[in-house]
Design a protein around this ligand. Sequence first.
Ligand code: DGL
Length: 270
Amino acid sequence: MTTVAHASDKAIGIFDSGIGGLTVAKAIGEALPSENLVYLGDTGRYPYGTKSADVVQRYSEENARFLVDKGIKLMVVACNTASAVALEALRDVVDVPVIGVIEPGAAAAVEATHNRKVGVIGTDATIRSGAYTRALRAVRSDLEIYTRACPLFVPLAEEGWVDNEVARETAGIYLASLRNSGIDTLVLGCTHYPLLRTVIGRVLGESVRLIDSAEATAAAVGVALAQAGLARAAGRSASSFFVTDAPDRFIKVGARFLGSQVDSAVQIER
Ligand code: DGL
């Protein structure tokens, strides 16, 4: 006798340039606790945020193929940089729904702003791509948008330096002009930035709402699965983690991003 698994039991595939996408995996796990997850962190080629769009697109397509081979039902591009430059290309090469982090984050920001002044921070490649600006304007055309690359936030988050003097000083320098621009909403447009939320919030003050793309994306995944009739209603879920280099570091540093222990990570050879 053969057992035919229901399509909803298939996993959600998630990829990122490395560890940071675990903030998105965490948000999905919290919003949709019955879903099975397969996560790929391209730790061997991290970071993406300093690379050209062409290279990030090529890496993203390879990551997507790996996940599709695992028999996933939906793919989440957790990396803001990959979402910014590769999402459309990925939708052409894979046959499952693909959700990036930019559109959900932009929609949440438009909903949050009262004064139409929205800030976006991200990696160099994300900011350079203009993807957040396009996504924000697509939802609401009359916004004033201010953007700023904050590349040092990524290594600070991985080092765990999220609320010390170095983090405070760095945030103060990066965010000074955003603070003076009168924004009332800021999109944390990078997987790592939710870890620096406290320090970023302190620099900008309580009047600025911080939008976590990870949370907005988890909500969008829930809606997409429900619409496709692919939501897994109940039951214990399982998560598997794959990396392209240094699984030990992924497990050690990853716990802070996932908010719980990463039990094991399997290295794939390329
Ligand atoms: N995951 C990347 C992002 O969200 C940050 C790290 C990197 O540069 O690869 O843009």
